[in-house]
Design a protein around this ligand. Structure first.
Ligand code: SF4
Length: 255
């Protein structure tokens, strides 16, 4: 675990990084830390601050916002950096006061996701003053990064919403597939209820598990059909073998 602490409390030691306010920017250059964080909002981004950001090495901006349109303000910040040809790395920061997981997932997904999908931001910092534990907040933050294709930290499962065509119980099947393949963090695996639309809907998956007819599954690799009408009870084993045959299998760690 690495720590970012206020500059006034910072001591020079391993994995301990100072956080400067904009009125402390004059102390940044002389600070010997390996990485220096600067907390900044768009209204504080003056020409003088941009000049400092371009000149001082190893600075990372933590971009806050208190604006009603926080996404708009953070976008404006990045456009100002682009116009000044300033390439400082920027971590998007947002604060919430939520007690329900779904509320912070939705708000965080919209606020961070919109800016990340514009191609802006090198990381996110999600803060919450509410009744959600820190481990869950951490998981939501990694989930947002993964959904925006910024950082992959877990297997990506793609599944259809299910409909009248679905040929198996989607929820239990997805849970079964997740149980066997969730350690393969480098893969995208699709679980689709039917071959009519499923193959197209999982177009960017590495492997696909698709309902072929009642009790039968077809397996795909990169949209190519590789095994047809396998009994559902044997489909997971076939998928494991298929992934092994293509060199993508990693043995799960035994705890
Ligand atoms: S993939 Fe097939 S089963 Fe799933 S939602 Fe689409 S049409 Fe329905």
């Amino acid at each position: 675990m690495k720590s970012i602490v206020d500059f006034s409390r910072w001591e020079e030691k391993i994995d301990h990084y100072p956080l400067f306010r904009v009125d402390e920017i004059g102390s940044m250059e002389a600070c010997p830390a390996q990485v220096k964080f600067l907390r900044l909002a768009y209204p504080q981004l003056t020409d003088e601050v941009i000049t400092q950001l371009k000149e001082i090495p190893r600075v990372v901006v933590i971009l806050t916002t208190a604006h009603q349109n926080g996404v708009g303000e953070q976008r404006a910040f990045f456009h100002a950096l682009l116009n000044a040809d300033c390439r400082v790395p920027v971590v998007l920061q947002r604060s919430y006061a939520e007690d329900e997981a779904e509320d912070i997932q939705l708000k965080g997904g919209v606020d961070f996701g919109t800016v990340l999908l514009d191609g802006f931001g090198n990381g996110i910092m999600l803060s919450n003053d509410g009744n959600i534990n820190i481990t869950d907040l951490d998981a939501y933050a990694f989930g947002i990064l993964q959904a925006a294709r910024v950082r992959t930290s877990k297997t990506e499962f793609i599944s259809c919403p299910s409909c009248g065509r679905t040929l198996f119980d989607l929820q239990t099947t997805v849970a079964l597939v997740q149980k066997h393949f969730s350690h393969l963090k480098h893969l995208k695996i699709g679980v689709m209820g039917c071959i009519v639309n499923g193959v197209g809907e999982m177009a960017d998956a590495d492997y696909g598990y698709v309902g072929a007819e009642h009790g039968k599954i077809s397996l795909y690799r990169k949209k190519q059909l590789v095994a047809k009408n396998i009994p559902q009870a044997e489909a997971v084993e076939h998928l494991i073998q298929l992934i092994k045959d293509h060199g993508d299998w990693i043995e799960p760690e035994v705890n």
